[in-house]
Ligand binder design. Structure first.
Ligand SMILES: [Zn+2]
Length: 69
């Protein structure tokens, strides 16, 4: 299973972006819902392998705005 960011429009992966940190989704529902809102993928359920890269975090907190870069 390659480590690829699951956010829409983000193709960062551990191999292509070794400087990024990849986080697995939290198990706690309230935090997990925030992540899912930020990821904004329709008809998609995260698996235990789903990861989100550090591009989507501001000051250690998940940002609801994905960076445009
Ligand atoms: Zn990402």
């Amino acid at each position: 299973m390659p480590a690829i960011c699951c956010a829409v429009g983000c193709n960062n992966s551990r191999t292509r972006n070794p400087g990024l940190i990849f986080y697995s989704l939290p198990t706690e529902k309230s935090r997990r819902d925030k992540w899912l809102a930020a990821i904004r993928r329709d008809h998609w359920a995260p698996t235990s392998h789903s990861l989100l890269c550090s591009e989507h975090f501001v000051s250690g907190k998940i940002s609801l705005q994905l960076r445009s870069s």
